[in-house]
Design a protein around this ligand. Structure first.
Ligand SMILES: C[S@@+](CC[C@H](N)C(=O)[O-])C[C@H]1O[C@@H](n2cnc3c(N)ncnc32)[C@H](O)[C@@H]1O
Length: 247
């Protein structure tokens, strides 16, 4: 394998999923999502679909009616990882990974996941509106979205854009759009630190292995900027909320 391939492969290599979330917290969310045997699970902006695969497994695939899942994302590389994970767990007949725009998906499902992907619909409000059309009546949505835990500096506010609300603002936005809140929890500091560290770690390890690569300086600068921005800017300021919503 060329160092090229190593760099591409290292990007998300140390991440379990692409959101601040511990395995225990994920288990709680899946319990609250209440995936039933035989249900259809849809993940819009799924990444490599780790949580989708766990949701389908939680619903069960060996009974008389198997749970099925579909993950949609625009990034072919992460979808390929999802297909490999599904095959490793013998879930490939039950979970499909589709290249596409989240906002263009029209087939409704019983359980829908949309975590860290509201921007794929434009903004949080547009996502909450659009997702109402793909959750079947009586279904549930697991919605993960950023909010300001503390007021950001002007510089950090500009990095994340004008769409980020406070937690009360986010909850209110869901209520105003007809969603009923079944569960709310937020990522804690250790989940955030682990998320940021694991985001960095894949390429930090690549840098240590290939310090002379011609791209090393750019990669080093990108990672250094992100780390500075995190510890000096949005650590403890940006939050991530997980809402289980029904309608
Ligand atoms: C922060 S990641 C979250 C991934 C996944 N939900 C998770 O929790 O691991 C956001 C994902 O949205 C995907 N994405 C961005 N724009 C999109 C779009 N227009 N349609 C579908 N997916 C999109 C990205 O490729 C990325 O995988």
């Amino acid at each position: 394998m060329q160092s090229d391939d190593h760099l591409a492969a290292s990007r998300y290599a140390r991440m379990r999923w692409n959101t601040p979330l511990s395995p225990e917290h994920a288990a709680l969310l899946l319990q609250r999502l209440d995936v039933r045997p035989g249900s259809r699970v849809l993940d819009l902006g799924c990444g490599w679909g780790e949580l989708l695969l766990r949701a389908v497994a939680a619903g069960g695939v060996s009974g008389p009616v198997a749970t099925r899942g579909v993950g949609v994302d625009t990034d072919d590389a992460v979808l390929a990882r999802g297909r490999r994970l599904a095959a490793d767990r013998s879930l490939n007949r039950h979970v499909a990974f589709v290249t596409g725009e989240a906002a263009a998906w029209q087939e409704p499902a019983d359980r829908v996941l949309c975590i860290g992907s509201a921007h794929a619909f434009g903004d949080t409000a547009a996502a909450l509106d659009a997702l109402a059309a793909v959750v079947r009546p009586g279904g549930r949505l697991l919605f993960g979205d950023a909010y300001w835990e503390r007021p950001p500096t002007a510089e950090i506010a500009e990095v994340f854009g004008p769409d980020v609300a406070t937690l009360p603002g986010l909850v209110e936005a869901a209520r105003e759009r007809g969603w009923r809140l079944l569960h709310l929890s937020t990522a804690d500091q250790r989940e955030w630190d682990d998320f940021e560290s694991s985001w960095l770690a894949g390429r930090q390890e690549w840098l240590l292995a290939y310090p002379e690569d011609p791209r090393a300086a750019d990669v080093r600068a990108e990672l250094d900027d992100r780390l500075r921005e995190y510890v000096g800017g949005y650590r403890g300021v940006l939050g991530l909320a997980y809402l289980v919503l029904g309608r």
